[in-house]
Unconditional design. Structure first.
Length: 290
C-alpha cells in the first residue's frame, strides 16, 4: 500500500472547492434548477447560489434553467483508463491539487527545508517524481488509473483516480511498488513513515490481508480550475460500481475534511489513527449481502 491518497489522503476528493470539500453540481430536472451537494444531497441556502444567477433574477424556473445552462453547460466529460501519454498531465494535476501550502501530506513529503535542493531553472522535482511514480504504477499489477477529460479543452485531463483492484483467487503478489523513486526535494523518511503507518493501521482495521481482497481507492485528484463539476464523484462512482458488480467491499483512508463526505455515501468509519500529527480514518463501504 502506497500513498493512501483517498481524501486528503482523501480519496481524495480534491474536487470541488479545494481538496476534500463537498462536490457541487447543477441538476436540472425538467425546468426546475436545484443546486445540491453531489455526495450528500443536501440543498444549500439561497445565498449560496452563484452570484450571476442571483443578479439575473430570472422570471420563473424556465428562465433560471436557461441561465444555468448558459453558465454551466459544457462539453461532455469523459472517463477512460489512463495511458502512458497521460502521466505528465496527471503529475502536474496532482502537484496543483495537493499543494504543500495547503495539503498536510504533501507538506511533509516535500518540506520547505529541502526545496533549496531544487535547481532554480529546472522543472519542479516533485512533478518529475510524480510522473515517474505514475508511470510505474500504470505498469503494476492490480493498479488501475482512470482519468476524466474535457472535450471542450481538446481532451485535457481534469481529474484522475488510482484504484487497487482485489487480489484474485489463486493469485499472490503485491500491487504496490516498494522502492523509493529518488527526488532531491522528497523527505524519504516521511515517505516511509506514511507507508508504514497507513499499512499498519489498515491491517489493524481489516486483518492480516489488509485491503487485498477489496477495491481500494489510493488517490483521487481534480484540477483546481475544474472543481464543482462532479468530476470527483465520477471517479469515485467508477470504483464503487466495480465493487458492487463484484460484490466486494471498498476501502479508503480519509482525513478529517473527507470523513463526512464518505460517511454520507455509505462508508463506515473503522477508527482513527495519527499520521503526521493529523487524525486519519479508515473507511469501508461494505458489500450488499447477497
Amino acid at each position: 500500500m502506497e500513498l493512501p491518497r483517498a481524501s486528503d489522503v482523501d480519496a481524495r476528493v480534491a474536487d470541488d472547492s479545494g481538496p476534500c470539500q463537498s462536490l457541487y453540481t447543477l441538476l436540472i430536472t425538467g425546468c426546475i434548477v436545484t443546486k445540491v451537494d453531489d455526495l450528500t444531497g443536501a440543498a444549500p441556502s439561497a445565498g449560496s447560489w452563484p452570484s450571476p444567477l442571483r443578479r439575473a433574477r430570472p422570471r420563473g424556473v424556465i428562465g433560471a434553467g436557461f441561465i444555468a445552462l448558459a453558465l454551466y453547460g459544457r462539453m461532455p466529460l469523459h472517463m477512460r483508463e489512463a495511458t502512458e501519454a497521460d502521466t505528465d498531465a496527471i503529475a502536474r494535476l496532482a502537484r496543483a491539487a495537493f499543494d504543500p501550502a495547503t495539503d498536510a501530506i504533501a507538506r511533509n513529503l516535500f518540506p520547505v527545508r529541502l526545496q533549496a535542493a531544487a535547481p532554480s531553472s529546472a522543472e519542479d522535482p516533485a512533478i518529475a517524481w510524480r510522473r515517474t511514480r505514475k508511470g510505474i504504477k500504470m505498469k503494476t499489477e492490480r493498479i488501475l488509473l482512470m482519468v476524466v477529460t474535457d472535450d471542450a479543452l481538446d481532451g485535457k485531463v481534469v481529474g484522475f483516480s488510482m484504484w487497487e483492484e482485489p487480489l484474485r483467487e489463486g493469485h499472490e503478489g503485491e500491487s504496490m511498488t516498494k522502492g523509493v523513486v529518488p527526488c532531491p526535494t522528497l523527505d524519504e523518511e516521511a515517505y516511509k513513515q506514511l507507508r508504514t503507518v497507513s499499512e499498519d493501521a489498515t491491517i489493524a482495521f481489516l486483518g492480516k490481508d489488509g485491503s487485498k481482497h477489496m477495491w481500494y481507492l489510493d488517490y483521487l485528484g481534480v484540477d483546481p480550475e475544474h472543481q464543482r463539476r462532479g468530476i470527483g464523484k465520477m471517479l469515485l462512482n467508477w470504483g464503487l460500481d466495480k465493487a458492487r458488480e463484484e460484490n466486494r467491499d471498498t476501502y479508503l483512508i480519509a482525513t478529517p475534511a473527507g470523513l463526512p463526505l464518505y460517511q454520507a455515501v455509505g462508508f463506515e468509519d473503522l477508527g482513527a489513527f495519527m499520521l503526521f500529527d493529523t487524525p486519519h480514518n479508515g473507511m469501508i463501504k461494505r458489500r450488499v449481502a447477497q
